[in-house]
Every structure is written in structure tokens, then in C-alpha cells.
Write a protein that binds this ligand. Structure first.
Ligand code: HSE
Length: 436
């Protein structure tokens, strides 16, 4: 029986999960693969702290070079995360003719072109299922299962931390700061939660998804991004009254030869499947031009769910090795010799439905001033609620709109916020109630 030799760089939570999975399911994997996976070495700066698995001490090293330059090792598994030295390790491993499996979304989202070019030049594989959606097979679904489709619509919850916080805020009626502290105490949120709550982690994942669904290269800085730290209890309550729930969504839509892509808190109908993805779960709602809707749901993080995705990548590469093939499936949506940058629609040009909460004086003529400006800017009102919850002399006046252009909305709100009857900056939350 053929033996395929592995080297693991990064013995943190996910790395330990991969080792545990190999130990627990080694026999099953061997039967399914028809080959033996042999983990020859594990590199980590910390090789003394006990992990959830025990490994023979001789397996551990603090020097990643002992994996990258070991001629016996066929597949390097990079699970250390971050930009450097992960980038250099991956590039060296590829240059040495090794296949690579990684979960490093930040690296692929920003240095993907360099990494994939290097892999292609050396005719080796690089796989990254665990970089987006944890255990959920979204990479494979987009690259393989839906390969014959134009991806008309992609709507996803890709950050478990934000989803956990928003779900708790909605269902337990606790404000953002309280839920964030609870989430940190439970280990669901990082001590510095910025990446998760400000949509940066989601942006890295969306950049990867775009390169799988729409073309090859995208500039991550051009993706509009808004996090959840400004979501208030008041807006969650109004969302409920309108029949919506608020989720941090990554959205991408096919628009002719352009793509609309954005990340922001979004009101979606309370009965939509995505609206009922709660706690720290992730989910993907994709509409392919021929497939129609496809929905994927599961754990977007965590030791064993993520390890499951890493192992599937290892096995895919190993299957190719057994048959002497690599790169049977392109790394991204197109083969590497086709240059095709993704053309994003400038964010001010997008059109969607909006929710506005104005904090306005409760007196005659206020609504007509606000609606007058909206009318001048071609923004058509779909519904209005005013509730007498007076705060510092102002009451919330809440509206939803029909489809309007972002640029017009921004200009209208700038003008409205200058009115002396409007006491606070207006809150804007985008609504998606089609396609779900
Ligand atoms: N920090 C991420 C999340 C998990 O909260 O979903 C890793 O991608």
C-alpha cells in the first residue's frame, strides 16, 4: 500500500484536531483512500504545552524548515495562520515541489496571486477548503459541484462570532457590549474582536469566494465592508416589527460582466433560512443559473469541524498523487494561465432597499421635510412607523424604502441630518428580501 507523507506546521487548536482525526479515523481513511497517510513531523514554536492529543516527542520540532526541506514529505499542512512567516513557508514548500493544504484565509485573500502562481509553476496542488466556512464544503461546491453555473447570487453568514452576538442580542434582548463580554468569557469571541465584528474576517472569506465564483483576482480593499458594532437594540426591535432579522451578510451578485459585492448588517425576512441560522453557525445561500437555490449550513470554526475540512483537502491531493495527477481542479474558478480580474461595481452605484431610523422632533411638518428630501433624491418610501418613545425630545421615525441608489441615499441622509428637526445621525441598514 502506498504511503503519503505529511508535515504539519502549526500545532494549535486546528492542528491538534487534524492529528486527532488522523489518529481516530486512520483506518477508515486508509480504506477510503487506498493508501496510508503518515504524519512525519509537526512544527510549532511551542512544543511543550500539552495538547488534546499526544504524539511521540520525536515528531515535534520548532523548525518549520525541517518540514519544508524534507524530501520525504509530500504534503505540507500550514495551520499557523497570519501573513508571515506563513507566506514564506508556503512559498518555499511549493517551490520545493510539495503540495500544500492551508486554512489561511487572510494570506490567500491578500497574497493569493503569488501563492497560486508559485504552485502552478511547480505543477503542485494547493487546497484551502477550511479557509472559508470551516467544515462547510463551500470551496468544493463552488469550484466543482456548481462549475457549470453562473453564480447569480451568493448570500452568506461567514463569521460565527458576529452571528453569535447578533443572535443573542435579538433573542435575549441584550445590548452589543454585554453580549460581546459574555462571548469573550465563553471563548466565542477573541480578546481583540475587531477582525470578527468589523467584518474583516468576512471580507477575507468573501475575497476567496469571489475568486472561486466570478474570476480570479479581486482587490479586497474595494469590497464595501461594515461591521456590527453599531447595531442597537432599538433597530433590532424595529426589524422585528417589520418582520425582519438582522444578520451580518456577505453578498455577491452577478451583474452582467460586473459583480456586486458587499458586507454589512442586513435585514432579511424572519422566515428566510439564513435568518434562522443562529448562534455561531455559518451558512451559504447560493443561486446558480441552472441549479437554482443551494443552501449549506454548518460549523464555521472549531477544532474538529475545521479539521474535517483540512483532512478532505489532504485526501483529495492524496487521491491525485495515487493516480499521478495534480491540479485536476484549478485552484480558483479559472485555470491559472487565464488572466481575468473581477470587475466590481462601485459601491455608490448599488441599488437595494433601505431601513432608516431618524431621531426627529415630534411636531407638525417633520415627516414632510424628511419625505420631501427623499422624494427629491428619487427614494420611494415603502412603509413608515413612528412610535412615541421620546428620548431627549426626539422620537424614532422609521422607514423602509423601495429600491434606491446608494449614492442618492447617502446624499439624502446628509441633507436630512442637517435639518434642525433631526437630532441624531440617521441610522441606515440595508434590506435584502428578494432571492431568499
Ligand atoms: N473567527 C472566525 C469566526 C472563525 O468567528 O467565524 C475562523 O474563520
Amino acid at each position: 500500500m502506498k504511503t503519503i507523507t505529511l508535515g504539519l506546521i502549526g500545532f494549535g487548536t486546528i492542528g491538534a484536531g487534524v492529528v486527532r482525526l488522523l489518529q481516530e479515523n486512520g483506518g477508515l481513511i486508509e480504506r477510503r483512500l487506498g493508501a496510508r497517510l503518515f504524519l512525519k513531523r509537526i512544527a510549532d514554536l511551542d512544543i511543550t504545552t500539552p495538547r488534546v492529543v499526544s504524539v511521540p516527542p520525536g515528531l515535534l520540532t520548532t523548525e518549520a524548515a525541517k518540514i519544508i526541506h524534507d524530501p520525504d514529505i509530500d504534503i505540507v499542512i500550514e495551520l499557523m495562520g497570519g501573513y508571515e512567516p506563513a507566506r514564506s513557508y508556503i512559498l518555499s514548500a511549493l517551490a520545493n515541489g510539495k503540495h500544500v493544504v492551508t486554512a489561511n484565509k487572510a494570506l490567500l485573500a491578500t497574497h493569493g496571486n503569488e501563492v497560486f502562481r508559485t504552485a502552478d509553476r511547480r505543477h503542485v496542488d494547493i487546497r484551502f477548503e477550511a479557509s472559508v466556512g470551516g467544515t462547510i464544503p463551500i470551496v468544493k461546491t463552488l469550484k466543482e459541484s456548481l462549475v457549470g453555473n453562473r453564480i447569480d447570487s451568493f448570500m452568506a453568514i461567514m463569521n460565527g462570532t458576529s452571528n453569535y452576538i447578533l443572535s443573542k442580542m435579538t433573542d435575549e434582548e441584550k445590548p452589543f457590549q454585554v453580549v460581546l463580554k459574555e462571548a469573550q468569557a465563553l471563548g466565542f469571541a477573541e480578546a481583540d474582536p475587531t477582525f470578527d465584528i468589523e467584518g474583516i474576517d468576512t471580507a477575507h472569506k468573501l475575497a476567496i469566494v469571489l475568486s472561486l465564483a466570478y474570476g480570479k483576482r479581486v482587490n479586497i480593499d474595494q469590497i464595501y465592508r461594515e461591521g456590527i458594532s453599531n447595531i442597537s437594540m432599538q433597530d433590532l426591535e424595529f426589524a422585528k416589527e417589520f418582520g425582519y432579522r438582522i444578520k451580518l451578510l456577505a453578498l455577491a451578485f452577478s451583474r452582467g460582466d460586473q459583480v456586486e459585492a458587499r458586507i454589512h448588517p442586513t435585514m432579511i425576512p424572519a422566515d428566510a433560512m439564513l435568518a434562522n441560522v443562529n448562534s455561531n453557525f455559518n451558512a451559504f445561500h447560493i443561486i446558480g443559473s441552472s441549479s437554482g437555490p443551494v443552501f449549506l449550513y454548518g460549523q464555521g470554526a472549531g477544532m474538529m469541524p475545521t479539521a474535517s475540512a483540512v483532512i478532505s483537502d489532504i485526501i483529495d491531493i492524496a487521491r491525485g498523487m495515487i493516480h499521478g495527477v495534480s491540479r485536476l481542479v484549478p485552484y480558483r474558478s479559472l485555470s491559472e494561465d487565464i488572466i481575468d480580474d473581477i470587475r466590481l461595481i462601485p459601491f455608490p452605484e448599488i441599488r437595494t432597499n433601505y431601513y432608516f431610523r431618524f431621531m426627529a422632533a415630534d411636531k407638525a411638518g417633520v415627516l414632510s421635510k424628511i419625505s420631501g428630501i427623499l422624494g427629491e433624491m428619487n427614494i420611494s418610501i415603502a412603509s413608515v412607523i413612528q412610535k412615541g418613545r421620546k428620548k431627549d425630545g426626539a422620537v424614532p421615525v422609521v422607514m423602509t424604502t423601495h429600491k434606491a441608489r446608494e449614492l442618492d441615499v447617502r446624499e439624502a441622509l446628509t441633507r436630512i441630518d442637517r435639518l434642525d428637526v433631526v437630532h441624531e445621525p440617521t441610522v441606515l441598514i440595508r434590506i435584502e428580501d428578494e432571492r431568499l
